[in-house]
Design a protein around this ligand. Structure first.
Ligand code: A2P
Length: 263
């Protein structure tokens, strides 16, 4: 095991489990600092010690909900990536650094009240939504919640797909989820039920038709966006074309956006 222990640091947390979803994607859970309070959808800085003893940290969305006693993260394995090439080797019992200062705009507070909450993401951008989708407040605030996730292949969708499948039967929040949750996966480089980029499915109206939901309108629809810069830009302009405006913690509005961090 090549990962240097970080026990001497005050911000060390213990890895409790690791799940490798594909050759390039993995999730892991760590102990939660007692003092850490966060809102579902926020991110923190996590990392490992470099060989020179200095911390190497990156922003990671917390994928677990705010009520969970552990913290979950979902990560890509970037070939030769300074952090992820080492982070992907962590095992149960190892320690990572976690700075307990959560921030972020993909929070319910940054949106005005609405009827439907759309979560639009690519790749590991699903992580903050994995948090929000397990938070009872999400279902208390909205009549319908839509997770739209675009990946290249079906295998890359597995983390989000497993979550969406499990939620209606979840012993804690399954009843709240009920039939409010819609899952809309699309693949761009492998045939599937929904082929192509989510942005194109929104533009063509295919996603609305298939889900039986109306086109976005500023009175009812709230949109959260998390993916690459290109995805974020595309979806933001689709929001703006429908008269939706960007919100922030200090100024809630109709959509919010955040870059999926490690890429
Ligand atoms: P595509 O295969 O057409 O590039 P990546 O693996 O490169 O991080 O991309 C993740 C997913 O996001 C891929 O399916 C990719 O589609 C898709 N994607 C990339 N750019 C956009 C965009 N501007 N709008 C929607 N989806 C995008």
């Amino acid at each position: 095991m090549n990962v240097q222990a970080v026990k001497t640091l005050p911000d060390a947390q213990t890895v409790t489990s690791v799940n490798h979803w594909t050759d390039t994607l993995f999730s892991f859970r760590v102990s939660r600092p007692k003092s850490l309070r966060f809102r579902s959808g926020e991110f923190v800085m996590i990392g490992l010690l470099k060989d020179d003893g200095k911390p190497l940290l990156r922003a990671y969305s917390i994928a677990s909900p705010s009520w969970d006693e552990e913290l979950e993260f979902y990560s890509i394995k970037v070939p030769n990536g300074p952090l992820t090439s080492r982070l992907q080797k962590i095992e149960e019992g190892d320690e990572i650094i976690l700075r307990p200062k959560p921030v972020g705009t993909l929070v319910l507070d940054a949106l005005l009240p609405g009827k439907r909450l759309w979560m639009i993401c690519t790749g590991t951008g699903v992580a903050p939504f994995a948090s929000l989708l397990r938070d009872p407040e999400t279902y208390e605030a909205y009549d319908q919640v839509i997770l739209a996730h675009t990946c290249r292949t079906k295998a890359e969708l597995a983390y989000g797909a497993a979550l969406a499948k499990a939620l209606p039967d979840d012993p804690l929040i399954g009843e709240l989820v009920g039939d409010k949750l819609h899952y809309y996966p699309t693949t761009t480089r492998e045939p599937s039920a929904n082929e192509g980029r989510i942005s194109d499915h929104i533009r063509s109206g295919e996603v609305f038709e298939k889900l039986g939901l109306p086109q976005w309108n500023a009175a009812e629809d709230r949109i959260m966006i998390c993916g690459s810069m290109a995805l974020n830009k595309d979806i933001m302009s689709l929001c703006e074309a429908q008269g939706l405006t960007e919100g922030a913690n200090s100024n809630p509005a109709e959509f919010v956006v955040e870059k999926a961090f490690v890429d």
